[in-house]
Ligand binder design. Structure first.
Ligand SMILES: NC(=O)c1ccc[n+]([C@@H]2O[C@H](COP(=O)([O-])OP(=O)(O)OC[C@H]3O[C@@H](n4cnc5c(N)ncnc54)[C@H](OP(=O)(O)O)[C@@H]3O)[C@@H](O)[C@H]2O)c1
Length: 292
């Protein structure tokens, strides 16, 4: 049982031995445009991170590829030494090129280097949670992850990583990873309009594994739907609040990491995710993206 009490919607979840609030924060948007370079408002970025902790959020999602290094360095500047209950999840397996692309970097040397760089930029001796990011910018791609995930399992045995997850992964890759080492979460793209992982979410829930949707609000292409707008109007809230509340109510193993570079939006999202949705709301929202 968790000893952490939280007023945030959704309560808490156990990522292995890490207790986190189901309402977390995704820090990618803190870097500059298209996740390259420093933010226009450095102090504003620090304020968002401090507000996240102030609100009681204990799960921040990042990657050394954001910026690159920019987001991790902002997290360190804003929050180090980290409060005990706070857990920072990072990702390895992709790097950045001069055009802002995200080429894969999953060979053993790149993975070891990425773990070392995340340790250094976050200023910790052990990374709480490392997700192996697979696929590419278009989504998951089939193929064995055994060599790459085996490297991370080795670094975990060496004490450099506490918990492991996979990201942008196919169900087959999730199963392959679970046969190599315990997997505490899967971080894939999922939201009201993009529901390819419905079956996987239910399987993971049954196995006690978290599902962490990235782009919960549509990412660079904000969610737009007249059905969503209609439910939001009925609830007297915003479509964003309803989209987050729907995720929390979709399955108990879903953890939220919505991104924002605005303190006001962060507060709005933390409150809005607690919107109670009725059976009628859920039925209407289900029509937006459920696969036939
Ligand atoms: N594993 C992967 O491959 C992968 C890929 C992408 C992302 N991620 C992770 O997932 C996290 C979430 O994804 P994301 O941030 O890209 O997308 P997102 O959470 O779907 O959407 C973020 C966008 O929504 C806007 N927004 C947030 N709250 C708002 C509000 N209350 N009102 C109006 N606009 C609002 C933000 O703008 P403002 O800044 O103006 O609020 C931002 O443009 C990232 O931070 C990252 O940690 C992982």
């Amino acid at each position: 049982m968790s000893t952490l009490s939280t007023a945030l919607p959704g309560g808490t979840w156990e990522l292995g031995d890490l207790t986190v609030t189901r309402f977390g924060y995704g820090a990618m948007q803190l870097a500059g445009p298209w996740v390259m370079g420093p933010p226009a408002d450095h102090d504003g970025a620090l304020a968002v991170l401090r507000e996240a902790v102030e609100l009681g959020i204990t799960h921040i999602d990042t990657s050394d590829a954001y910026g690159p290094r920019v987001t991790n360095e902002l997290i360190r500047e804003a929050l180090h030494p980290y409060p005990g209950p706070l857990h920072i999840a990072t990702k390895v397996g992709a790097t950045r090129d001069a055009q802002g692309g995200w080429p894969p970097a999953r060979d053993p040397e790149s993975l070891r280097r990425a773990v070392t760089e995340n340790l250094r930029s976050l200023g910790v001796d052990t990374l709480d949670l490392v997700n192996l990011r697979l696929g590419d910018a278009e989504g998951p791609r089939p193929g064995s992850l055994a060599e790459a995930f085996g490297i991370l399992a080795e670094l975990q045995r060496q004490g450099l990583i506490r918990q492991l997850g996979v990201s942008n992964a196919t169900p087959e890759q999730v199963a392959e990873a679970r046969a190599i080492a315990p997997v505490v979460c899967v971080q894939n793209m999922y939201n009201l309009a993009h529901r390819h992982d419905d079956e996987l979410i239910d399987e993971l829930a049954a196995a006690g594994i978290a599902y962490v949707p990235f782009f919960p609000l549509g990412g660079f292409t904000p969610l737009q739907s007249s059905l969503l707008a209609g439910v939001a109007a009925r609830r007297g809230g915003t479509p964003i609040a309803v989209a987050l509340a729907w995720l929390l109510q979709r399955s108990p193993n879903i953890l939220l990491i919505p991104g924002t570079s605005s303190v006001a939006h962060l507060r709005e999202n933390a409150a809005g995710a607690g919107t109670e949705l009725s059976e009628q709301d859920l039925a209407e929202l289900d029509r937006i993206g459920r696969r036939p």
